[in-house]
Design a protein around this ligand. Structure first.
Ligand code: SAH
Length: 378
């Protein structure tokens, strides 16, 4: 049995942990002595039975993030077990030692039973992002476990204490991308669109493509590799635009086939020039919190209506939302309203989602954040 400070659930608050949801909210806990931020605690049910071991957080509404529903100690062996299991999942889906793709998400928070932890693997370099006090405190153990599990596959590790690491070139589905953490946007690369980009590539032959919210041009490279006639990328960040041009060259593509435009997407779409055979719309999260959800849905409706007007009749619109609080149904509703606004018909070809290296725990459905639709617009 673990020997951590014990916290007891309030009457009637057992159900969520019984259902293996990994969060304990502040209102669910009995009064207790002060506990250091990030400490490991033991949570018990109302009757004193063990419920879970997790990281305590002083601020925010989530008071405990459960690390284990087994009564165990959070030892170096625990971290190794969890990271090994995350690695096994990536092996099972064909991402380990894959000659075509050397970069993927290695740890996806709750989806890998490590709430509060993200690890992205970029061609031998692991970028560790702790999103809780407990994960920040555990960084030394996490780094040690990554080394133990990955062995020689791991060249270097960075985390907030070390800074971002050197720029490097990664390979995704045999396309090359420069990832530069120092260039303003610290996200590096959107690993969560890998599968959707491959679909874009497969449908791009002979099309003119408008790639909106293009960041470093990943969708553009895939579209051109798939035989697109011409791509226009629209993005407001100038450093990202410079990298989009660089990524075109890096893949041996004709720079004249890719125009990169620095513009606000909403403004650009008001007068997009001629219509396009394919439009890709991959905006940033319009809502980071529930309170912003309504405004976000209105923004999705507006931008999708503008995008539909930029698609030629019979063309394809790829449209995405990465706002966790906007569910797939709400997003689809916003796109439906957008079609009415635009006076266009749309048929769903594909329902899109985050790839399997961003797994969703069935006990934590909120982990499903990326959703998209590929539509035939007439
Ligand atoms: N499609 C990209 C990821 C897009 S992330 C990829 O596959 O890599 C969203 C992007 O939208 C960011 O790069 C951000 O800089 C850009 N952005 C945010 N607001 C914008 C606006 N109003 N107009 C144009 N670009 C914007």
């Amino acid at each position: 049995m673990s020997s951590y400070p014990e916290l007891r659930l309030r009457p009637g608050k057992d159900r969520s942990l019984q259902r293996r949801h990994p969060f304990v909210f502040s209102g669910a806990l009995d009064d207790h002595e002060p506990i250091p931020d990030g400490a490991v605690v033991r949570v018990t049910m109302r009757d004193g039975a063990f419920a879970g071991v997790g990281h305590y957080q002083q601020g925010g509404s989530i008071r405990v993030r459960i690390l284990s529903f087994d009564d165990c100690e959070i030892t170096p062996a625990f971290w190794e077990r969890r990271i090994k299991s995350a690695m096994e999942l990536r092996r099972a889906i064909g991402l380990k030692d894959n000659p075509a793709t050397d970069s993927y998400r290695l740890v996806h928070g709750e989806g890998d039973a490590l709430p509060g932890l993200i690890v992205d693997f970029y061609a031998g370099h692991a970028v560790v992002q702790p999103h809780s006090a407990g994960m920040t405190a555990a960084l030394p153990e996490i780094r040690a476990a990554l080394k133990a599990v990955l062995g020689d596959d791991l060249g270097s590790v960075s985390d907030p204490s070390t800074g971002p690491g050197e720029p490097r070139v990664i390979r995704e589905n045999n396309n090359l991308f420069k990832v530069d953490w120092t260039g303003g946007q610290k996200t590096g690369f959107y690993l969560d669109q890998r599968v959707n980009r491959a679909l874009v590539q497969s449908l791009s032959a002979d099309r003119s493509v408008l790639n909106v919210f293009s960041y470093t041009g990943a969708f553009a490279v895939y579209a051109l590799k798939g035989g697109a006639r011409h791509v226009i990328s629209v993005e407001s960040s100038r450093p990202a635009n410079a990298m989009a041009a660089e990524n075109t060259r890096l893949n041996g593509l004709d720079p004249a086939s890719h125009d990169v435009v620095a513009a606000d997407a909403f403004e650009f779409l008001k007068s997009p020039g001629e219509n396009h055979d394919m439009v890709i719309l991959d905006p940033p999260a319009f809502a980071k919190h529930l309170s912003a959800r309504h405004a976000a849905i209105q923004a999705y409706r507006r931008i999708n209506a503008l995008a539909m007007q930029a698609v030629r009749r019979g063309g394809i619109l790829f449209t995405f939302s990465c706002s966790q609080v906007v569910t797939a149904d709400l997003f689809r509703g916003a796109v439906f309203a957008a079609a009415l606004d635009a006076g266009r018909e749309a048929r769903i070809l594909y329902r899109l989602q985050q790839p399997p290296d961003h797994p969703v725990s069935i006990h934590h459905p909120e982990g499903e954040y990326l959703k998209g639709l590929a539509l035939l617009v007439t």
